[in-house]
Design a protein around this ligand. Structure first.
Ligand code: NAD
Ligand code: UDP
Length: 329
């Protein structure tokens, strides 16, 4: 793959930055694009000195121009945490719709293969568990999560249309909750929320009674799955996630044990439309890509906690926790 050119959008974000690292390691020329609305250049700062890396500060919801050849596009630009997409709902809808349209047009004109980052949120608050790709979901289009969920569903639809109508080579990954270094401590997602609270010596906020479930995948496993999917010949959606499902109450207790905090758990109102259960059916990823997750939660959580602890006191002090339930009012 040496010298092949890949455009990665959302490159300064959590997942985008790990993808940049992987494609650089594989010998690609990486064109990173981000408007920094939720991302941080610190995530990719170490790549700026490389000859086979370039950064474009650009909003992909506006026309995207890339000079020269392009072999692959990975579209990862989008706010991804409930706090972020509640704060910037219109931008969230635009990057999933207009942004995806612009990038599909670019893929078509360059003859590039494009992979889009979809999400388990397309299943909404699912009535079947685990969720196979054939499940169509249970989504509230006008609830607070609708701006994200429907943008992602539209993104899948337009991607499939470009594939069938224009013959663009496309791949769709449905990503389940993923965690690891470079998550933002204040992005409101449950893992940085709990670890941030433990580090700051605050009580840990479980929403609802904590009986809702999630299944957490370590970022390296996700990146491996995405890499394999991109180079597969499969254009239908594929779930990538770790099927090890736990309740949020259990997860909170694991974080308390990991961090050794003596703070207690406090219970807050469950946000509207918060999915009650979530677990990927990964039969397709295993059969088609030979992929299964390798990193157990205990191991991944330790690496992630060590990362958060390594941030400077100055950086930590700047981070104010935003509680989703109070933000939502
Ligand atoms: P993130 O917020 O860390 O990264 C998103 C990046 O996209 C940020 O750097 C942001 O600045 C950039 N961005 C947003 N809008 C943009 C625009 N209009 N133009 C250019 N850049 C823009 O989030 P993440 O967790 O890395 O998520 C990346 C992708 O993966 C998203 O598409 C998200 O929907 C998807 N996803 C993530 C998860 C997860 O668990 N992390 C789960 C499902 C899907
Ligand atoms: N959650 C929680 N406390 C927090 C933040 C989140 O109990 O401080 C819960 C949230 O209600 C949800 C789960 O943790 O049930 C995962 O939330 P997250 O925002 O990480 O992702 P998503 O709901 O999109 O899976």
């Amino acid at each position: 793959m040496k010298g092949k050119r890949v455009l990665i959008t959302g490159a300064a974000g959590f997942l985008g930055s790990h993808l940049c690292d992987r494609f650089i390691k594989e010998g690609f020329h990486v064109i990173a694009m981000d408007n920094l609305i939720t991302g941080d250049l610190a995530n990719i700062e170490h790549l700026f000195k490389l000859e086979n890396f370039e950064f474009h500060h650009h909003d992909v919801s506006k026309f995207v121009h890339i000079a020269g050849e392009l072999d692959y596009i990975l579209h990862f630009a989008s706010p991804a945490s409930p706090i972020d997409y509640l704060k910037i709902p219109i931008q969230t809808l635009k990057v999933g719709s207009l942004g995806t349209h612009n990038l599909l047009g670019l893929a078509r004109s360059k003859g590039a293969r494009m992979l889009i980052a979809s999400t388990s949120e397309v299943y909404g608050d699912p009535n079947v568990n685990p969720q196979p790709e054939e499940y169509w979901g249970n989504v509230n289009p006008v609830g607070p999560r609708g701006v994200y969920d429907e943008a992602k569903r539209f993104q899948e639809a337009i991607t499939m249309a470009y594939h069938t109508f224009h013959g663009v080579e496309t791949r769709i990954v449905r990503i389940f909750n993923t965690y690891g270094p470079r998550m933002r401590l204040n992005d409101g997602r449950v893992l940085p929320a709990f670890i941030g609270q433990a580090i700051r010596g605050e009580d840990l906020t479980v929403f609802g009674d904590g009986s809702q479930t999630r299944s957490f995948c370590y970022v390296d496993d996700l990146v491996e799955g995405i890499y394999r999917l991109l180079f597969s010949d499969y254009a239908q959606p594929v779930n990538i996630g770790n099927p090890d499902e736990i309740t949020i109450q259990q997860f909170c207790e694991e974080i308390i044990k990991l961090t050794g905090t003596d703070q207690k758990i406090v219970y807050r109102e469950l946000p509207q439309d918060d999915p009650k259960q979530r677990r990927p059916d990964i039969e397709k990823a295993t059969r088609l890509l030979g992929w299964t997750p390798k990193v157990a939660r205990a191991e991944g959580l330790k690496i992630t906690y060590d990362y958060f602890k390594s941030l400077s006191q100055e950086a930590l002090a700047k981070i104010e926790h935003k509680d989703f339930t109070t933000f939502n009012k």
